[in-house]
Design a protein around this ligand. Structure first.
Ligand code: FER
Length: 278
């Protein structure tokens, strides 16, 4: 009988802890498997004139199943890591498969996903030493390119809502750092922000969010996640600690895994379902 009580207590505890976290933590099996018989979104390659870099720059754009120019959509800007470019998510994470499957189940709000090249320099390919300081600096320069060149291009070329509540920014690793820096640094542009396994380019918490009160008023979602085995965990953890001690609502998800697409695909699966909810 005593064992039964202990078992019951353990189950209750697990239940309470899970509910306290308040979110689903792991994508179900098959979430990233192509389903031939459902509707599929479409991927365009676009080029935009970047005044910031002084070149034409490339990005990919995923429009959802049932996309219509007569409707208006919110936009997620989804950013890659230090070794990648605008194709990295597509090759490693297949976001179009994850999202098509979520749409088929009615689990995600219709949105456009923009996959930019976040290395804002003339030669923006991920070749040579990707840790070279000039290339790393280009990930910071992308803030200007995004705000002044890419977003205006998207907003004049696609049927999209043009308010902060209709823009999200998220990314993996260097792209996670960019998303936190640019998102929290531009709360009048983005209301939904996600950092997956954010890299050392993530600003220190006090610089990232000097005014927690403004963030509390303006943010609709702040998501921080990282694999438990990732050596970059410290950058997510220190951000989470600061947010927690300043009472800024956010999700902090530590999930099994390292610095890889198994984690980032799970993040996209979970994060995308929370976006643009009323
Ligand atoms: C570093 C370690 C990792 C760093 C960047 C990264 C700029 C980025 C990793 C990634 O994007 O996957 O010291 O410095």
């Amino acid at each position: 009988m005593k064992q039964l009580y202990i078992l019951l207590a353990v189950f209750t505890l697990i239940n309470v802890v899970t509910r306290a976290q308040g979110i689903e933590k792991e994508a179900p099996e098959g979430f990233d498997v192509v389903q031939p018989h459902i509707a599929h979104g479409k991927i365009d390659t676009i080029t935009y004139d970047s005044k910031t870099v002084g070149t034409e720059r490339r990005a990919l754009v995923y429009t959802p199943p049932g996309f219509s120019k007569r409707k208006k959509y919110p936009v997620l800007y989804l950013l890659h890591g230090i070794g990648g470019d605008e194709k990295e998510w597509l090759k490693g994470g297949q976001p179009q498969v994850i999202l098509d499957n979520l749409y088929a189940q009615g689990k995600v709000e219709p949105m456009i996903v923009v996959l930019p090249n976040g290395r804002a320099m003339k030669d923006d390919r991920a070749t040579g030493n990707v840790f070279d300081s000039v290339k790393v600096q280009a990930f910071a320069t992308f803030e200007k390119d995004l705000l002044r060149d890419l977003i205006p291009y998207i907003e004049k070329s696609y049927p999209v809502h043009k308010s902060r509540e209709s823009r999200a920014i998220a990314g993996l690793s260097m792209g996670g750092g960019q998303s936190l820096n640019f998102g929290l640094g531009n709360l009048d542009t983005f209301a939904w922000v996600g950092g997956f396994s954010s890299a050392p380019n993530t600003r220190e918490p006090e610089k990232l969010l000097p005014d927690p009160e403004e963030a509390k008023k303006k943010l609709r979602l702040l998501w921080i996640s990282c694999g438990s085995e990732d050596r970059l965990m410290g950058f997510s953890k220190r951000t989470h600690d600061y947010l927690e001690s300043n009472g800024v609502d956010h999700i902090f998800l530590v999930e099994p895994g390292g610095h890889d697409f198994k984690v980032w695909k799970n993040d996209l699966y979970l994060f995308s379902q929370l976006l643009f909810r009323r």
